[in-house]
Design a protein around this ligand. Structure first.
Ligand SMILES: [Zn+2]
Length: 317
């Protein structure tokens, strides 16, 4: 059946048997009253059930397709540790609009409208891995006490009011930053902030370590849908040599092209820009090639593109 979100008006399809659902656009959780009829749910604490996918399987399926991985990685690795963590995340839907006037009386606007997860755990390694993650929205369920016994359960380290304050501050800063990009000096004409609480979600994250030959490698897997958030894996010495060789080739090419241009244009600067350009291409390859462990993610590349001024402001300290 089709339902319409009572907050943002979006229409979407839900299975007929479902009692609650979450709007895929603004994350409002809705209770189904009658077929096609919904209202905002009164409960605001949720959890995500884990998928039936084995996280170590998901990890190996991902790792064996990565560049430079030994062909026996799957056959010769063994799982060392498998921990399920329930990470507390406050969800908000935020909208903001700032109207500013520059010294020439030109009026410009800054706008943000974003669905925002705020991780409420200590700043540790897991926090750093998760801060760029895009969490699943649909499929959350009302919280049950039994979830606390399913894994390592993390209580939120700050409350809902504090979360609201952080999101609000981040929104204000993001709008100011955006306005500043249009005009260096400005006067605020009006400011509108809408911050809608979408509940606390305990989100499942797998922490895995596995052994390949004499070393241990770690990984984080999204428990709700099996995506590999971050994985370390071994790379062959051939792959490492190729990456270092490529890095040297990029540097050399930059230098040679710069040198030719230098002769043609009678200046030394093209050599420097040539080397810098080559260096920009070479450094990531050098860093990767120098390590025995490589790391990559199924989600990060996409997410960096989605990083908005708002998210940069949210975790800024
Ligand atoms: Zn909605």
């Amino acid at each position: 059946m089709k339902v319409r979100c009572t907050y943002c008006g979006a229409e979407f399809e839900v299975p007929d048997t479902v009692k609650t659902t979450t709007c895929p656009y603004c994350a409002l959780t809705l209770t189904v009253k009658a077929p096609g009829e919904v209202e905002a749910a009164a409960v605001d604490h949720f959890y995500f059930p884990t998928t039936s996918l084995d996280p170590y399987r998901s990890l190996m399926n991902f790792v064996r397709r990565e560049y430079g991985v030994p062909s026996d990685v799957e056959a010769s690795s063994s799982l060392e540790k498998r921990e399920l963590h329930y990470v507390p995340i406050y969800f908000f839907h935020v909208k903001g609009r700032l109207e500013v006037e520059d010294p020439d009386r030109r009026v410009t606007y800054a706008e943000e409208g974003i669905f925002c997860p705020l991780i409420a755990m200590r700043r540790n390694r897991m926090f750093d891995v998760l801060r760029n993650h895009i969490f699943a929205v649909r499929g959350r369920r009302f919280f049950e006490e039994s979830v606390k016994r399913k894994g390592v359960f993390h209580e939120p380290v700050f409350d809902r009011e504090e979360a609201h304050k952080r999101v609000r501050d981040a929104l204000i800063r993001a709008l100011r930053d955006e306005a500043r990009a249009n005009a260096r000096k400005f006067r605020v004409r009006s400011e509108e902030l809408h911050i809608e609480y979408r509940g606390l979600v305990h989100y499942p994250i797998w922490y895995l370590t596995y052994r390949y030959q004499d070393r241990s490698y770690e990984a984080y897997v999204d428990g709700a849908d099996g995506r590999v958030i971050l994985a370390e894996y071994p790379q062959t010495s051939v792959a490492r040599a190729i990456q270092i060789g490529l890095a040297i080739a990029f540097l050399a090419a930059g230098g040679i092209i710069g040198g030719i241009l230098a002769l043609l244009m009678n200046t030394i600067y093209t050599v420097i820009t040539g080397l810098i350009t080559g260096g920009v291409a070479a450094i990531p390859l050098l860093v990767r090639g120098a390590r025995r462990k490589a790391r990559s993610s199924e989600v990060f590349e996409l997410e960096e593109k989605l990083q908005s001024p708002f998210f940069r402001a949210l975790y800024r300290k």
